[in-house]
Design a protein around this ligand. Structure first.
Ligand code: HEC
Length: 138
């Protein structure tokens, strides 16, 4: 009997430590979104500010946030969406590394540009955290 309750306590303790372990990852991801300035221009609430809301952006076609006028996107972003660009781990990583160059390569057009005034995020771990964060805001 004593053994069984010890086991139960151990299992409960293990489950609790797993939950605690998961929380900092989300917190770090949210921090990465703020620390790297994304939150200055983007919400994840559905509200559009300088940039389109990034709620549900993963899995969405580029340049198609509902309620963000097409004219507020760059012509290049609209063209990339029409060419088939969908935001996923790989495309987001490429865009965040160097936004303008990513669109130029994607469209095979050296004149392509983006309205996102952001030079790019060189730190791979930060880009990965931001993907985790955005993938969690459906
Ligand atoms: C100075 C403002 C600004 C900052 C900072 C910024 N963005 Fe943007 N972002 C924009 C604008 C404006 C657009 C529209 C770009 C276009 O149409 O070319 C955009 C577009 C995007 C898109 C494509 C959205 C869609 O609907 O297709 C993603 C994804 C994105 N930003 C993510 C980020 C992330 C992640 C960060 C932080 C690392 C960030 N942005 C930082 C302004 C900003």
């Amino acid at each position: 009997m004593k053994h069984a309750s010890l086991m139960a306590a151990a299992v409960a303790g293990f489950a609790a430590s797993m939950m605690v372990a998961a929380a900092p990852v989300q917190a770090d991801a949210a921090k990465a979104f703020k620390k790297n300035r994304c939150a200055q221009c983007h919400t994840v609430s559905g509200k559009h500010t300088i940039g389109p809301s990034l709620k549900g952006v993963i899995g969405r076609k580029a340049g198609t946030a509902e309620g963000f006028k097409a004219s507020r996107y760059s012509a290049s972003m609209i063209a990339a969406g029409e060419k088939g660009l969908v935001w996923d781990a790989k495309s987001l990583d490429g865009y965040l590394t160097n936004p303008k160059k990513f669109l130029q390569d994607y469209l095979d057009d050296p004149k392509a540009t983006t309205k996102m005034a952001y030079p790019g995020l060189k730190k791979e771990d930060q880009r990965a955290l931001i993907f985790e964060y955005l993938n969690g805001v459906k």
